[in-house]
Design a protein around this ligand. Structure first.
Ligand SMILES: Nc1ncnc2c1ncn2[C@@H]1O[C@H](COP(=O)(O)OP(=O)(O)OP(=O)(O)O)[C@@H](O)[C@H]1O
Ligand SMILES: CC(=O)C(=O)O
Ligand SMILES: [K+]
Ligand SMILES: [Mg+2]
Length: 592
């Protein structure tokens, strides 16, 4: 039966009847079909009886999927879920993150956290129990930073995260972050940190020293350093956490007086400034991906990491180069490349870099060392917005809760900063030192979680739908149809106040298009492979499930309903919108 498009205007009237229907009704609701060949819009209303005939679904056996998984309140985690191996159970079963499942059951769809959380793993969090505590606390992605630690150490962390996923039913993705070849200090001869006091004279040298290092001496990784700096230059450690003034050059050694005291951390980034601006002599010519980075990338490909984040990206070219390298090396696997925006050049070429990448990171630590600090917030806003427009996930990183490295509670200013990133609707927030080497990694994660949930709720209550125009991102007509479907589905979901959007997607693309619209309800993303499922874990509002499904949407829906109902994740009467990348359609229905 064909109806006019007007049927789908925001007016709620035609839908009032939907909600009055008995919860047990198996009536299916209007289906908008965009037939693949005709491309004409027909709206059909079908009354199907074969839902009744759907055979009962068999759950994976022996994994306790129907049992209570655990309880996660906004404040604390009460029980640790125990769960199915993520790769077990083929067609009939369904895999979902056990903590998310518990959260959905406990607090309902609406209060499920939409903003994703990344934890940098370091000495404070590399143990199996510590990793598990982070996963239970909501970590969606574990980041390993190739600036620090050995490859054996990183391999061990990756193996532990894998084991956690397999044994406990998580879908924590792994992000490997390259070192890049900007100027940085050496490893302090093995010391965890060193304190520079006001007025002290320190030597920064390109000489290779044995260990232990001579007192008040810092090794610099960039050979041109002593030639490039001038007496009178200002030397900034970590973008100004500690400052020195260059007072004398003696061959490879540069003598500096400490002007702003503070803690020096191993391999901290170094920049030098002259007359108020950043000096970029020959180091501007340093390669984005160094020879060591290529070895690390080979390691990441071999280990099958989910994301590779590239430090100090300057142009789209390097991203394209790396993507073709990955494609040639890792046939079949799909490692996503994240461009770290942390240099002046990356801001200049922002749109083309983001277009070439699979996502971006606002790496505020180094960015704040390259542009004046007061310009970082507007740069962040711009990067977040461009990513949203171009449908790429965006991460806001660095110093979100820096004081929690030492203290158990954040500053009010830090909470405000986290809130602002959530309010900008970034896909993900990242902990660095707070989780890698801080005193309170789990507490810091809990702060990110509770602030995210609270600000998201406030956003929905205030109905702050931003008037953002989302441009076409695809190139083909079929892409345009998908985008229109997702925009319409998200709008319908908000207007009808549906409980969830279901998306069946093999590549994850349809799910990301829905995520881009930032709808009020969560998006249940069903995908067939564990790697796509882990990758979707970086994107705003997506709850990724692994499920075997076919091209027949009717049977997919039946199967999903019975599996999710059996696990207590949905109930009869819940209002759901379903879309898929197999069938260009929007369906609105109550769970039978
Ligand atoms: N694998 C590790 N081993 C030891 N310490 C680590 C490790 N990873 C991180 N850290 C410590 O945690 C701090 C913060 O981690 P993070 O990775 O965010 O630092 P960063 O070096 O400032 O980042 P980037 O190099 O990407 O700009 C580091 O400065 C380091 O002291
Ligand atoms: C995360 C990172 O690399 C930075 O903030 O500099
Ligand atoms: K790095
Ligand atoms: Mg950096």
């Amino acid at each position: 039966m064909s109806r006019s498009l007007q049927f789908f205007t925001p007016s709620r009237a035609p839908y009032l009847t939907l909600q009055k229907l008995p919860a047990t009704s198996n009536t299916r609701f209007p289906v908008i079909n965009f037939p693949a060949k005709k491309h004409s819009l027909t709206i059909t209303k079908s009354l199907s009886s074969d839902l009744d005939a759907a055979p009962p679904q068999v759950l994976d056996s022996g994994n306790g999927q129907t049992g209570a998984a655990g309880v996660l309140s906004a404040e604390s985690v009460v029980a640790v879920p125990s769960h199915a191996p993520s790769d077990s159970g083929a067609a009939a079963g369904i895999d979902v993150d056990s903590v998310t499942e518990a959260e959905l059951k406990e607090n309902g769809f609406r209060s499920t956290r939409r903003t994703k959380l990344i934890c940098t793993i370091g000495p404070a969090t590399c143990g199996f129990e510590q990793l598990e505590a982070l996963a239970v606390g909501g970590m969606n992605v574990a980041r390993i930073n190739m600036c620090h630690g050995t490859r054996e150490w990183h391999k061990m962390v990756i193996e532990r995260v894998r084991r956690l996923n397999e044994e406990k039913g998580f879908a924590v993705a792994i992000m490997m972050d390259t070192e890049g070849s900007e100027i940085h200090m050496g490893d302090l001869g093995g010391a965890a940190s060193a304190k520079a006091e006001d007025g002290e004279i320190w030597t920064f040298s390109v000489r290779a020293f044995g260990t232990p290092l001579p007192e008040r001496t810092i090794n610099v990784n960039y050979d041109g350093f002593a030639e490039d700096v001038k007496v009178g230059d200002e030397l900034l450690v970590d973008g100004g956490m500690v400052r020195f003034e260059v007072i004398e050059k003696i061959g490879p050694d540069v003598k500096c007086r400490c002007t702003d005291p503070g803690l020096l951390l191993p391999r901290a980034n170094l920049t030098f400034w002259r007359d108020g601006s950043l000096v970029r002599e020959r180091n501007a010519m340093l390669p984005t991906i160094s020879s060591k980075d290529w070895l690390d990338i080979d390691f990441g490909i071999a280990e099958g990491v989910d994301f590779i984040a590239i430090s100090f990206v300057k142009s789209a070219e390097v991203i394209n180069h790396l993507k073709s390298y990955i494609a040639a090396r890792s046939r079949g696997s799909d490692i996503a490349v994240i461009a770290k925006i942390e240099s002046i050049d990356s801001l200049k070429n922002l749109e083309e870099i983001i277009l070439a990448s699979d996502g971006a990171m606002v790496a505020r630590g180094d960015l704040g060392a390259q542009i004046p600090l007061e310009q970082v917030p507007s740069a962040q806003q711009r990067i977040v917005q461009v990513c949203r427009q171009l449908n790429k996930p965006v991460i806001v990183a660095s110093q979100l809760l820096d004081s929690m490295i030492e203290y158990p509670t954040p500053t009010r200013a830090e909470v405000a900063d986290v809130s602002e990133a959530v309010r900008q609707r970034a896909d993900a927030l990242m902990l660095s030192g707070e989780s890698a080497m801080g005193q309170y990694p789990e507490k810091a994660l809990a702060v990110l979680r509770s602030v995210s949930v609270r600000i998201e709720k406030w956003w929905r209550e205030e109905k702050r739908h931003e008037p953002m125009v989302l441009p076409d991102v695809g190139t083909s007509f079929a892409d345009s149809i998908s985008e229109e479907i997702c925009i319409s589905a998200a709008k319908m979901a908000n207007n009808l106040e549906v409980d969830a959007i279901f998306v069946y997607t093999k590549t994850g693309h349809m799910a990301s298009l829905l995520s881009r619209c930032r709808p009020d309800c969560p998006i249940f993303a069903f995908t067939t492979t564990t790697s796509v499922r882990r990758r979707l874990n970086l994107q705003w509002g997506l709850i990724p499930f692994r499920l075997g499904f076919s091209d027949d949407m009717e049977s997919n829906l039946n199967k999903t309903f019975s599996l999710l109902k059996a696990r207590g994740m949905i109930k009869s009467g819940d209002l759901v919108i379903a879309v898929s990348d197999m069938l260009q359609s929007i369906q609105v229905m109550n769970v039978p």
